[in-house]
Structures are given as C-alpha cells and as structure tokens.
Design a protein around this ligand. Sequence first.
Ligand SMILES: Nc1ncnc2c1ncn2[C@@H]1O[C@H](COP(=O)(O)OP(=O)(O)OP(=O)(O)O)[C@@H](O)[C@H]1O
Ligand SMILES: [Mg+2]
Length: 275
Amino acid sequence: MTFIIPPDAERVVEIRKLWTVFRSPDGDQVVHRDLDLTIVRGEVLSLVGGSGTGKTVLLRQILGLEHPTKGEVTVLGHAPARLSAMGAANVGMLFQHGALFSAFSVLDNIAFPLRELKLLPDDLIRDAALVKLQMVGLSPQQATKSPSDLSGGMIKRVALARALIMDPPLLLLDEPTAGLDPESADGFCDLLRGLHRELGLTVVMITHDLDTLFDLSSRIAVLADQKVIVSGTTRDVIAYPHPFIHEYFLGGRGQRAMEALHEGAASRPVPLSER
Ligand SMILES: Nc1ncnc2c1ncn2[C@@H]1O[C@H](COP(=O)(O)OP(=O)(O)OP(=O)(O)O)[C@@H](O)[C@H]1O
Ligand SMILES: [Mg+2]
C-alpha cells in the first residue's frame, strides 16, 4: 500500500524495503521482507498481526536493538544506531513484559535511564522521576515501593513513566494492556490518550486487544506475509481481503468489539489518504 503523506506532515519514522533475517543452523528465518512503513508526527499507529509475525522485532528495529539485514530504518531522520547514546531522549519503549528491575524501587526504576547518562545531579534526577510518577497517575507514596508490591496496572504505569523520563517525542508500546483486567485496561487507555494529547507524542503501539485498538488508534497497520499488507482506518483495513484480517476483525471476537465500537478513534478519518 502506498500512502500519500500530506506535504506538511513530519515523517518521524521511515522504514524502506526492510528485511530482517535471523540466521540459525536450521536455516534462515525471514521475518520482514521488503517491509515499508512511514509514521508521521502525532499519529497513534497500531500494529496488528498474528503471533510471531515480527511486530516486536519491528519495534526493536525502530529502537535500534535490531539492525536491518537489508533496507533502511530512520527515526527523526537518522539511523536508530546514531541515536543510541541519547536513545531514551528520542524514543521511549514500554516493553511487552513490563521489564521492571525487581531489585530497584519504583523511583529508581523510573530514574534509571537518566542515571545511566550521568549528566545530572541526583536530586534533579529524583525530582524528574517524581514528576513522571505523578504524570502516570501514581502518588509519591508509591516511590519507595518495590515492583513486587505493585498491581499489574501499576507496573505498567511505572514502566510508562520510565519510558517517558527523558520526554521522548516517540513512544513505542508493546501490548500495553495485555494481562490487565478490563477496568485497569480502560484506565491505562485513558492515561495513554491524555498523555498523547498533552505531550504531543507520536505513538506506535502493538496490541492484540480490540478494545485498546479501537480506543486509541488513529491508524491501523496490519503485519502479515512479512510486510505491512494494508494500513488505514478500521474501515480501510477491514475492506482488504486477507484471511488474517477476516478472522481478526470479522470472527466472533472481532464482531463483538465492532458492535461495541460506536465512535472509536480508528473509525474516524485520519489525515492520510491511501491508494
Ligand atoms: N533475536 C532473535 N533471534 C532469532 N529469532 C528471533 C529473534 N527475535 C525474534 N525472533 C523470531 O522472530 C519472529 C517474530 O518475533 P516477534 O517477537 O517480533 O513476534 P510478535 O509478532 O511480536 O509475536 P507476539 O504477538 O507473540 O508477541 C519469531 O519467530 C521469533 O522467534
Ligand atoms: Mg511481540
């Protein structure tokens, strides 16, 4: 699919003809084959696809933790590796499995990327971490707790505060609501929506959860057959004939979520048109 990007849109991420190949003694595994994707400032782009289709690997490419076998990934005009020294200042990532340091307090987890830089005095770092703690809806009393004392929803919030510690313009979310009960998931979606608006973030999100997908996305991109086969509004995506799309959106689970969708963000037109 080719996008017509509005001339005034800033391209935050550009992925061109990306190949990701993992080599093993049993043979090569091609995860991405000629994958193209452009992400523009301000959008919430949701990636959906079957398990093992390379969604997390794609976020890791954007983060610079994986490198293209062929093709090109640029973030804010540079290869992610060139951003690496100050990586957390440009791209924040909420990892699929929370990934807090269990031996650190909540505050030390949030402060970690800033401490690693060794540029600021400790009292400033603590204050910055406290600001982020409150930004994600947690009280200062939580600062000294250990991750094992937190609920699943609170762990996600702490991980989000850590991802945002350096005010990155680009936020990557890998299954942000997975494992949360419906109420916590709704609360976390509200938080993400508010932060996206207030901080003017560009967000790339992976989710299997249709409620989260419809709640937050301004565009949906479908990963199948090693590439982005289609992207656009919910309507655009559903109209694309592919067995995964049919099963995902039009199977029983999809139908229920679609019925619950009245004014979902993804059903509204986005400022991108598609050929
Ligand atoms: N570092 C690696 N070395 C070798 N293979 C890898 C590596 N990372 C991922 N893979 C493989 O690449 C494929 C895509 O993995 P990925 O984690 O991106 O899937 P996913 O789409 O995020 O799936 P899920 O929805 O289950 O999280 C999988 O087959 C995985 O085993
Ligand atoms: Mg994954």
